[in-house]
Design a protein around this ligand. Structure first.
Ligand code: CP
Length: 301
């Protein structure tokens, strides 16, 4: 077996990742999902640091569960309770943890571009847990896993990604990975939430057309990233771009609803649809653990 380089062990994004590599991560997650023991001794004595410079519930805890299930030693770093509050930089923080001998770092950052640069200056593999509006690779991997498990295959499916494309790292990672796996990706968004640089890769369609897809993936309206004038009102957004009960009734019989969460109930999706039989929202979250086991294992093995 060939030894992997640090570059090959990083998980910075899914843009450019090959179909066989994506498929091998999904296959390994399928192995971990059916693994009967809660805790394995796959990676004993390996240290991983979860470094969250931006808030998280799902990603942070599912990485921690995944790492503990692999038998790893887990260090949790939260910016709010660290020397970042005294002005220490992200770079110095990561170098500090690296100097203590960790084997891998999971990192979530607000700004774009830092992660790529950081990866060139450390000797440990880094796993992107969400950077700015650039990529959120493990979220997209668990989305792909959910779609593949439900439909049996991804190739040929139409996936509508609806909502705040401009601010969404989930939309970007899904666009790259779903396209590589042979899905037809289309976007639907108000003018103010479109990302013009993505237009060559996926068409924008009307809401009526978007809900006719096999997968209707709603995005959270990222109120915290919005400037003035992006959103007139939550009610108006729901009326024009929300997945309402009325719209759900027009979806194809076999179609599924997805959302990365957290959900703004009754804004981008009606309350009644969050746990609807079509909804995969909590299933997606449960798949976060085996996917992150596969990704962490890839980084440190
Ligand atoms: N989907 C997702 O990334 O959720 P968190 O922000 O809670 O991690």
């Amino acid at each position: 077996m060939q030894t992997k380089t640090y570059t090959e062990r990083h998980m910075l994004g899914l843009k450019g990742m090959s179909e066989p590599e994506l498929a091998s991560i999904l296959d390994r997650a399928a192995y971990w999902e059916q693994f009967p023991q809660k805790v394995s001794q796959q990676l004993p004595g390996k240290f991983v640091a979860n470094m969250f410079f931006e808030n998280s519930t799902r990603t942070r805890f599912s990485f921690e569960v995944a790492e503990k299930r692999l038998g790893m030693e887990v260090l949790n770093f939260t910016a709010a309770a660290s020397s970042v509050q005294k002005g220490e930089s992200i770079y110095d923080t990561v170098k500090t943890l690296e100097s203590m001998g960790i084997d891998a770092g999971v990192i979530r950052l607000k700004p774009n571009g830092i992660l790529e640069e950081l990866s060139q200056h450390v000797r440990i593999p880094l796993i992107n847990a969400g950077d700015g509006n650039n990529e959120h690779p493990t979220q997209a991997l668990l989305d792909l896993y959910t779609i593949r498990k439900h439909f049996g295959a991804i190739r040929g499916l139409t996936v509508s990604i609806i909502g705040d494309i401009k601010h969404s790292r989930v939309a970007r990672s899904n666009l790259w990975a779903l396209s590589t796996m042979g899905a037809n990706v289309q976007f639907c968004a108000p003018e103010t939430m479109r990302a013009s640089e993505l237009e060559p890769y996926a068409p924008y369609v009307s809401m009526d057309k978007a809900i006719q897809a096999d997968v209707v993936m709603m995005l959270r309206v990222q109120l915290e990233r919005h400037g003035e004038g992006m959103l007139d009102s939550a009610e108006q957004y729901r009326e024009q771009y929300g997945l309402t009960v009325e719209r759900e009734q027009k979806m194809k019989d076999h179609a599924i609803i997805m959302h990365p969460a957290p959900v703004n109930r009754n804004v981008e999706i009606d309350d009644e649809l969050v746990e609807h039989p079509r909804s995969k929202i909590f299933t997606q979250m449960s798949h976060g653990v085996p996917i992150r086991m596969a990704v962490v294992e890839r980084a440190v093995s």
